[in-house]
Design a protein. Structure first.
Length: 180
């Protein structure tokens, strides 16, 4: 199988199912940003501080591939079989958030991203997640699809924020408060 097909040389691409759309389509922007997020999650997973979270982060990456497949399929296309997103995927994130949050001091101020390269990677992943959520919301304003996608992305950004705090604690670096 060749990597290049040349079918996108004119600025179009295929959705799952074969429909061709412009590469500037809102759907392409949404799942492309989910793909970017998945790459940043991989970078977060590769950090030594997250070795004990490898399987959690791999599960998140797999779920992001499911979301990418959902977004890459035109709503109503029943010819294409894609995996489903489930409420349990959201509950998994909530469980992970609660587990980490129980070990963290209460949040009393806005935190400036940074303090350690690994923590900064996590904050970048969080902001890319928020962008993916915004782009998916804009897409869903045009055409309705699985509402769990937006819910999952919203919860994932919360998870990444709490993970960044947990990484900060584990690395022994200071949370820097935002001062207006």
């Amino acid at each position: 199988m060749k990597i290049y097909t040349k079918t996108g040389d004119s600025g179009t691409t295929s959705l799952f199912g074969g429909k061709r759309v412009t590469k500037a389509d809102a759907r392409i922007d949404a799942y492309g940003t989910v793909d970017e997020l998945n790459s940043f999650i991989g970078l977060v997973r590769d950090q030594e501080v997250n070795k004990n979270r490898t399987q959690v982060l791999i599960r998140i990456q797999n779920t992001l591939f499911v979301i990418g497949a959902i977004l890459a399929t035109e709503p109503g296309n029943t010819k294409v079989k894609i995996p489903s997103l489930h409420e349990d995927d959201v509950l998994f994130l909530e469980k992970e958030i609660d587990s980490m949050d129980a070990e963290l001091p209460p949040l009393r101020f806005f935190i400036l991203p940074g303090g350690h390269t690994a923590v900064s990677f996590c904050h970048v992943a969080r902001t890319v997640c928020r962008r993916a959520e915004r782009l998916t919301t804009a897409l869903y304003d045009q055409e309705k699809s699985d509402p769990l996608v937006i819910k999952y992305l919203n919860r994932l950004s919360d998870y990444l924020f709490v993970l960044s705090r947990m990484m900060t604690k584990e690395l022994g670096v200071e949370e820097v408060a935002w001062k207006a």
